[in-house]
Design a protein around this ligand. Structure first.
Ligand SMILES: *[C@@H]1O[C@H](CO)[C@@H](O)[C@H](O)[C@H]1NC(C)=O
Ligand SMILES: *[C@@H]1O[C@H](CO)[C@@H](O)[C@H](O)[C@H]1NC(C)=O
Ligand SMILES: *[C@@H]1O[C@H](CO)[C@@H](O)[C@H](O)[C@H]1NC(C)=O
Ligand SMILES: *[C@@H]1O[C@H](CO)[C@@H](O)[C@H](O)[C@H]1NC(C)=O
Ligand SMILES: *[C@@H]1O[C@H](CO)[C@@H](O)[C@H](O)[C@H]1NC(C)=O
Length: 386
């Protein structure tokens, strides 16, 4: 009897395991262990707590062996000592000591149906552990807090390591980033290009990280405060583009509209005109609520329309979509490279999805510059923002 129960139990568990692994295979998602860059420590390229930087790497296969996508992960910023210490306690964003594996999906899916253009590429997901969007470079370390502000050095150390691992021989390459990873993607886009002189095709992809500087001073203060503190705390000024800092106050050079025009490498921007993070920071912390509840007043709608109009004006102009492609939807969401980068979950504009638009643009099939005509936010249908 006991043996039979055990058999039955085994049968159930094994069936579940098979179903589970098949489901996982269908979605093309899988967990990738971390690679720790121990030798970066001697260059002072370390996370907030002094631990070495880390990334997750899955080698390419088949026809993708010569192609590389490197993604800088996001996750807001820390703008004062307390916030940075809190990031160390939340061990995944300020330290790599406890970092586990990372689930690759979406643009990192290995399923050719779900991810036809990139499934077999070399894929790198760089952990964000510096709190300053990969821009910090402060030599001094306070012995009481033991906080390190070295994000810019982390970027350099990771690149050096990846070049040696085969990135330097890439045929196609992409530097990508979502949210707080979007700014460093723009900032380092030309630098990334210059590290790959023999790579025929190098382009950059910013997802949900084009946070604009609005005219209304009250509304603008949210991002202004963040960027002012980044400069003070992380010593980011050196990392910012000289083409911008020579013309205006350094904090303003964190706003993409003030620096994107100087980027020579092709750049694609995929984002909502009503990005969840931006509207909450800029318009109102509860701005999304009336949209989901369909109770927005005329006044709220006016604020949304005004914001969208400023956002569209801040985008790269549309006269050279080969250099600047865009896919701007109107659905309230934030970040699209993982969950939403699949045929089932992707946001559509006139039946065109962001993954398709980006792949067409990347492979020079069609240079999309598409903007959803809806001038008010569309609620999320799948009850999730990322
Ligand atoms: C990946 O890891 C997560 C937790 O970190 C776990 O829930 C999930 O089952 C794992 N997926 C696979 C395919 O192993
Ligand atoms: C991570 O490890 C380093 C070196 O062992 C140590 O200095 C640091 O305090 C650790 N961080 C945490 C959060 O435990
Ligand atoms: C740190 O910044 C956060 C967010 O702006 C703020 O709430 C907090 O009071 C600040 N802490 C200190 C010690 O300045
Ligand atoms: C609107 O939706 C939020 C959830 O997003 C809910 O907490 C709130 O009670 C709703 N408010 C109204 C006025 O329906
Ligand atoms: C929408 O796009 C899909 C995939 O590109 C295509 O298969 C389908 O025919 C299109 N549908 C319409 C109504 O255009």
């Amino acid at each position: 009897m006991a043996a039979r129960t055990l058999h039955l139990f085994c049968f159930l568990v094994c069936s579940l395991a098979i179903i589970k692994s098949e489901c996982a295979k269908d979605l093309g998602s899988y967990n990738v262990t971390k690679t720790i860059l121990k030798n970066a420590v001697s260059k002072g390229a370390v996370c907030l707590d002094g631990s070495p930087p880390a990334y997750h790497f899955e080698p390419g296969f088949g026809k993708g062996v010569g192609n590389w996508i490197v993604q800088l992960s996001g996750g807001a910023w820390c703008t004062n000592v307390t916030e940075c210490q809190d990031r160390i306690l939340d061990k995944n964003v300020g330290s790599t000591n406890f970092t586990d594996s990372w689930t690759f999906q979406g643009i990192y899916s290995e399923n050719p149906t779900a991810n036809p253009d990139f499934y077999n590429w070399n894929k790198v997901f760089v952990r964000y552990c510096d709190g300053g969007a990969f821009t910090g470079d402060v030599e001094y370390v306070d012995h009481v807090t033991n906080l390190h502000f070295r994000g810019a050095r982390i970027f350099e150390a990771v690149m050096e390591d990846l070049l040696a691992k085969g990135l330097k021989n890439a045929k196609n390459a992409i530097l990508a980033g979502s949210s707080a990873g979007g700014y460093p993607t723009m900032l380092y886009c030309d630098h990334f290009r210059s590290l790959l002189p023999n790579t025929p095709r190098v382009k950059c992809l910013v997802d949900s990280g084009y946070f604009i500087h609005v005219k209304n001073p009250m509304q603008a203060s949210g991002f202004e405060k963040i960027y002012n503190s980044l400069l003070t705390l992380h010593g980011s000024t050196k990392a910012l583009p000289k083409s911008c800092t020579s013309k205006m106050n350094p904090p303003l050079c964190f706003f993409p509209e003030n620096m994107q025009q100087h980027i020579k490498t092709p750049l694609f921007i995929a984002m909502s005109a009503f990005d969840y993070y931006q509207i909450k920071t800029t318009i109102d912390p509860n701005a999304d609520r009336c949209v989901e509840n369909r109770t927005c007043t005329e006044c709220q709608n006016k604020a949304f329309r005004e914001f969208r109009s400023e956002f569209l004006s801040a985008l790269p102009i549309s006269n050279n979509p080969k250099l600047r492609g865009v896919f701007i939807d109107s659905v309230i969401h934030h970040s699209a490279l993982s969950y939403r980068w699949t045929p089932e979950n992707a946001i559509l504009i006139n039946n065109l999805s962001a993954p398709k638009a980006f792949a067409d643009w990347y492979f020079d099939r069609k240079y999309w510059y598409v903007i959803d005509k809806h001038d008010l936010p569309i609620p999320t249908t799948k009850d999730r923002r990322t």
